[in-house]
Design a protein around this ligand. Structure first.
Ligand code: ASP
Length: 406
């Protein structure tokens, strides 16, 4: 996308968020009438995901040429994901220990929210099981991306061993990837309107500004804890970008279109096409971005990890249960795993939180405390999730031996 168009579009997307928030705040439920507009945009984004992810990963992995390069790159990618997610959880735990958001609440009882009903038994083995699918078409239809990505990596590795016979198939996926990226640049022009409608309708659904403020007040300190933790982590990631990936502020400004879309949609999967397009405009090497961003959008969720740790500690405080250092270590590990297992869809983190709560013996009913504000915090943590993927692509680019550094 030409630079001038990108800047104008960014201004309109930002306006979409602000005007959407304004209309949702003052016009309340009547904004639900334009919900379909947001859905239209969201569906169009989702329409892109499956062909884009499959084509990007297959062509990206194959373009590394040598399987040893993939190993090295895979290693750097995994190291980046694990260390940044761990830092995020750590920040979450520190903030919640300092602010003590649930200390004054004194809650007992409660009911398990609908969202979690039927998922009480979710465990760590479920995360591993979700990586391999018995039916790829079914996974695709449910936008379960992890099995598709794993299959695409293996498929691509197999293709590269075939020599001449594999080449036309690879060329096909390469062309498919290019065509999908073209579609994404067209779709971006819909973003301002789509994001406006998504934000306005969601705030409208919450009953408008006044009603929303009342909901927030009840768990105000929890909101402050999570938002300040996310802000700190956003800056930490920026420092990683600056010192390790050696990129400047313009990387962030080019990425803003994707970040605002993450805020508008609350879904890192739906944002994936834009994250890739913005990384491409930032001149991230195609091999790095085709490989890391699709994987990152499903397993690298720093914002979600931070949120899970902070929210579980909040629930413990509200129920008057003291979490020892050992229990906090368990929260640390399970929150990281729960974030990896969370799908890139709205409020997925709330469901995988079951794993963390059960690991330290906290009541699942506690999730009820978070429901009213979760949709709001979800937007911020999704933005951090996408920012983490974007920085990851730049870091991996830096370590590609022959990539040209801009
Ligand atoms: N909505 C988040 C995402 O798509 C996941 C979550 O934390 O609920 O990245």
């Amino acid at each position: 996308m030409p630079h001038k168009h990108a800047v104008i579009l960014l201004i309109f997307i930002a306006l979409g968020v602000f005007v959407g928030a304004f209309c949702g705040w003052y016009l309340g439920e009547s904004m639900l009438q334009i919900e379909w507009l947001g859905k239209l945009f969201l569906n169009a984004l989702k329409m892109m995901i499956i062909p884009l992810i499959v084509a990007a990963v297959i062509s990206g992995v194959a373009s590394m040429g040598d399987i040893r390069k993939l190993e090295r790159l895979g290693g750097i990618t995994v190291l980046y994901y694990i260390s940044t997610t761990a830092i995020a959880v750590f920040i979450g735990l520190i903030m919640v220990n300092i602010i003590q958001p649930g200390a004054e609440l004194n809650i007992s009882g409660g009911v398990i929210p609908d969202k979690v009903l039927g998922k009480e038994e979710t465990g760590i083995s479920d995360i591993l099981l979700s990586m391999v699918s018995p039916n790829l078409v079914k996974s695709a239809s449910e936008t379960k991306l992890l099995p598709l990505i794993l299959f695409s990596i293996l498929f691509s590795a197999a293709l590269t061993t075939l020599g001449e016979k594999g080449k036309p198939v690879l060329a096909f996926f390469d062309g498919l990837n290019e065509a999908m990226m073209k579609l994404v640049t067209w779709l971006m022009y819909l973003a301002p309107l789509g994001i406006f409608a998504l934000v306005a309708a969601r705030l409208g659904m919450a009953g408008g500004g006044e009603a929303f403020l009342n909901e927030i007040k009840a768990v105000g300190l929890h909101v402050i804890t999570v938002l300040s933790g996310l802000a700190i982590h956003f800056i930490v990631l920026y420092l990683v970008l600056f010192f390790i990936a050696k990129r400047g502020f313009s990387y962030l400004t080019t990425m803003l279109r994707a970040l605002l879309t993450a805020f508008g949609t609350a879904s890192s999967s739906a944002t994936l096409p834009l994250t890739m397009e913005c990384a491409k405009e930032n001149k991230v090497d195609e091999r790095a971005l085709r490989f890391t961003i699709p994987i990152g959008s499903t397993i690298n969720m720093d914002g979600t990890a931070l949120y899970e740790a902070a929210a579980v500690m909040f629930i413990a405080q509200a129920y008057g249960m003291d979490m020892s250092l050992g229990q906090q270590a368990i929260i640390f590990i399970t929150a990281t795993l729960a974030a990896i297992g969370a799908a890139g869809i709205p409020e997925a983190g709330l469901v995988t939180m079951v794993i963390v709560l059960q690991a330290v013996g906290l009541p699942l009913e506690g999730i009820g405390l978070l429901l009213a504000v979760d949709w709001f915090l979800d937007r911020f943590r999704t933005t951090v999730n996408v920012w983490g993927d974007a920085v990851g692509a730049a870091v991996v680019h830096r370590f590609l031996p022959e990539a040209r550094n801009p």
